[in-house]
Structures are given as C-alpha cells and as structure tokens.
Design a protein around this ligand. Structure first.
Ligand SMILES: [Fe+2]
Ligand SMILES: [Fe+2]
Length: 347
C-alpha cells in the first residue's frame, strides 16, 4: 500500500489524461492510419524494433534470441541502402542528437537486447487456458474485477459462437488498445518511484514496458486486417482515458492487486484466443488467409504463415503476460524481477 502523501504529487496528473486525449482527437482522426504503422514501415521492421526494444521477458516457450542476428543484418542493410551523402544512424554516420558522438554499429550484446518473441513451434500448440485460484484478498479483488469487466464487455459486444471475422477483429483491436496500458502505467510509476526515492528498481521496468510494447504489436498486427471507423476510434479514446486513470490510481494504491488483475485478464485473453483457434480449425474463421507481413517480422514466422500461426503466437504472448503478472503480484515491490534479461532461473 502506498501512503496518502505519496499520492499527492500525482493527484492532478490522472485528470490531465482525458484532456490530452481530447486535444489530440482531431489529429488522431485525421491521421490515425499513418500514425499507427508509419514509423514501422519507414524502416525495415527489425531496424524499428532495434530502436525501440528493451530487455527480455523470460518464458519457457520463447526461443530467446533466435533470429536476432538478422536484426543486426537489417540494421546494417538499412545503413547500406542510404546514399553516401545521407549516412545513417545504423552505420555510425550521423548521431541521433547534436553534440552526441556518432555511435558504433551495434554490438552483439546490443543486438541481443532487440528482443522479439520467437516461439518454439511445439510449445505453441501446448499453450492452453489455465487458471490460478485466487486465494489472497488482493487476488480475489483482481479476479472479481476482471470477471465483472469481461461479463459486461461480452454482453455489450455480443461475444459468443459464430462471430464474423469483422466482429473478431473489432474485439481484438479494442481489447489490445486496453491491454497495452497496464505495463506502461506500471513501468512509468516504478520509473518515477525510482527517481524520487533515488533507489534502484530491481529490473521490473523493462519487463513491464516490454509487455506494453508486445500488446501494441498485437494491436498493430490486427489493425493491418481491419481499419476502424471514427465512432470506434472515439470509443477507444474514451476507454483509454478511463482505463489509464483507473489503473494509474489502482497501481498507486495496490500494485500487487493490479498485477493480479492483469494476470487474470491475460488468462481470459488466452481463453479468447483459444476460442479463435477453435473457430479457425473448424474452418469458420480466416480460411486460407495469411498473416500480415508485420506479424511475420515480429514473431519470426515463415513467409506466408497463416492466421492460425499468428493467433498461436499471440496466445503464447498472453500466456506469458499472465504468468509474469501473477508472479510479480506475489513478490514484494522491492524484490528483484525474476524475468529480467540474463536471469538464469525462471519462476
Ligand atoms: Fe494482447
Ligand atoms: Fe496480454
């Protein structure tokens, strides 16, 4: 629990978020299609990831580091494609900021840090819905909150059997915009706590931000398959304003309850993606459809991979988030993050 005085510096901040969202609504509605994918498309995807990724979240089925050498290759290829009059960041020709020394090409360690979730194929098929029984009070609170939210959302959106592809994508896009929030809020709050307390974070921040990044990649992938209309985008803005603030305040009050809630939320995501896989296997969903190229780049899928391959990878990500958040919820906030890059034994 965080003491009341610790809440004071943040009291005004949550209230600003909806205003920030509203202020940007015009720009969002005008340029959303370019905003979401533009940055990734201007660069080879691996180069973009190379600039945005942090350390790794350990998980049993992830082939850690597999395919990373071609992150380096892509970074170098990107540099090689530039004319000599416009040398690139990747080839040390220009510094990203005036006065900064031009960087060397990425070292193997730096390439190692450009993490993408590449899974063992046999493992992907083994991921199944699972449930941690909520025993402690904070777990029961988190579980009840998620069950109530899911029941309400399912009723409002007509979730059930035989949904159309459009309805599936609508659901996935909306929920992934929400799922990308908790990791970022928690990462930001732990970062701020480290700053104001002048104490180390013990490795949690990167894992949390990485989860947010991973959820954003789910969103960007599904966005390739369906472009939402203005009303849908407006609902996302409202939902983000509400959920960011709720989670922000919740995390200040009880981080372990929030991690437990996310653990149960991710359990529900595994159930939903398993349902989607059953629909695919029954031939009712995405028959013969291939995964978007952005997904093949990110998850290291073979070219021409199917939507089934993609959903298997997304489900494995969600199972990983559930495991990570359930584990973090049971740890003291000052404990070392067992999923930090370089950890030798995973929980
Ligand atoms: Fe997700
Ligand atoms: Fe997730």
């Amino acid at each position: 629990m965080t003491s009341l005085p610790a809440l004071v510096p943040f009291a005004a901040l949550p209230a600003l978020v909806p205003f920030a969202a509203l202020a940007s609504t015009g720009r969002l509605l005008g340029s959303m299609s370019g905003l979401v994918c533009g940055a990734q498309r201007r660069l080879p995807a691996h180069t973009a990831f190379a600039r945005s990724h942090g350390t790794a979240t350990g998980h049993a089925g992830i082939v850690g580091g597999a395919g990373l050498s071609h992150v380096k290759d892509a970074a170098q290829a990107f540099g090689a494609n530039q004319s000599s009059s416009s040398p690139s960041f990747a080839t040390s020709g220009v510094a990203p900021h005036p006065g900064m020394k031009a960087p060397s090409p990425p070292t193997d360690d730096e390439v190692e840090a450009c993490w993408r979730p590449v899974y063992d194929t046999a493992y992907l098929e083994k991921v199944k819905p699972f449930h941690i029984t909520p025993e402690r009070l904070y777990q029961r609170i988190g579980f009840r909150a998620i069950m109530a939210a899911r029941w309400t959302f399912d009723k409002l959106t007509g979730y059930g059997p035989n949904m159309t592809e459009a309805k599936w994508l609508q659901r996935m896009i909306f929920l992934e915009t929400i799922a990308g929030v908790p990791g970022m809020v928690a990462g930001v709050l732990r970062h701020l706590k480290s700053l104001r307390s002048m104490k180390r974070d013990h490795g949690w921040i990167h894992t949390l931000l990485q989860e947010a990044e991973n959820e954003r990649m789910h969103l960007l992938t599904f966005f390739e398959l369906r472009k939402p209309g203005p009303l849908f985008r407006a609902s996302i803005i409202v939902a983000q304003g509400v959920f960011w603030n709720l989670y922000f305040i919740g995390y200040l009050v009880s981080p372990r309850t929030c991690h437990a809630a996310v653990g149960f939320l991710e359990e529900e995501a595994v159930k939903t993606y398993t349902h989607a896989l059953q629909e695919i296997d029954a031939g009712r969903l995405w028959k013969g459809k291939v995964a978007p190229p952005i997904a093949c780049e990110y998850w290291g899928l073979k070219p021409g991979a199917s939507m089934r391959d993609l959903i298997l990878a997304v489900r494995a990500d969600e199972a990983c988030h559930a495991h990570v958040n359930h584990t973090l919820s049971g740890l003291p906030a000052t404990a070392p993050n067992p999923f930090a890059y370089g950890a030798s034994q995973l929980p």
